[in-house]
Design a protein around this ligand. Sequence first.
Ligand code: SF4
Length: 342
Amino acid sequence: MNTQQPSDAAAHPDAAAQLHHRLGALDPDNYTAEKCAHYADQIAEIRELKRERRAVVLAHNYQRPEIFEVADFIGDSFELARNSREVRDAEVIVFCGVHFMAETAKVFNPERKVLLPDMRAGCSLAESVTAEALADRRDELLPLYPDLKIVSYVNCTADVKALSDACCTSANAARVVNAIDSDHILFVPDQNLANYVQTQTAKQIISWDGNCYVHHQITPEEVLKVKAGMPGVIVIAHPECRKDVLAIADEVLSTSAMMRYAKESPADKFLIVTECGLSDRLLLEVPNKHFYKACKLCRYMKMITLEGTLDSLRHLRYAIELPDDVRAGAKRALERMLELGA
Ligand code: SF4
């Protein structure tokens, strides 16, 4: 629910009109002229504070469209991890995404202030595995598979990353698994992604019982129902979806690969099966093609608002902190991903 109150008069009328033109095309009922005027004022203030604070804003693809307006970089987990490692000339990183992603930015930027505008922005997937449970499972499996290695999807906490031999994202999971020197991989925490990776490797994948509640609730029936009225539409699904959804997709792609595919493909009609924010980004950036949604909203991603981002910059809150040993362990696993999965 959006609790922001529109201001009486826009201080930036031209910017407000342009914003209304862009965002109103996505959802005219939500992005009214009045609300866009309020957003335009907040956007101007955020840009000013970014200059004053020497701050950059990194935003995940699943963020609200108005957040994209203040982002210095928009991407998926892999791109954001790589980008946060390469941040130069900034003292503050405001992370518009969820907690584990902000932790990753902190891992690569211990000397910078890394802020998450809302500490409630967690993740069902990250919460499905703790470092203690993972250590127990590893100790149980090692006598059976002495060469066992742990690969963790980046959607997990920093202390789980610290226990892993390498991290991966949905974009490079198969590459990382195939490159690591073991035939037995304990893959955490996403069971659906583990199943998908198993189709791309001869190695034995031992999966964890976790899932992203957003992707896991999408059913093949829903996708087929939307698809039925659209002859020739290309169905693109995220590998966090269930196996039976992936089975009816034309392409299984990470969000960054979806962006590239939609831009480069000669086709002009796509059914996007992932979190809805990606469809909004596609509609904004590829206006000459048609994108239909068989998507769900992530309540955690949507906890980040423009107002929260503004407050984060005003009050320099909420800072991410990590113990040194966890940071060093997570960094090693993330660096390994960047080396194996690039
Ligand atoms: S979309 Fe799923 S994996 Fe991504 S933050 Fe939300 S719950 Fe976590």
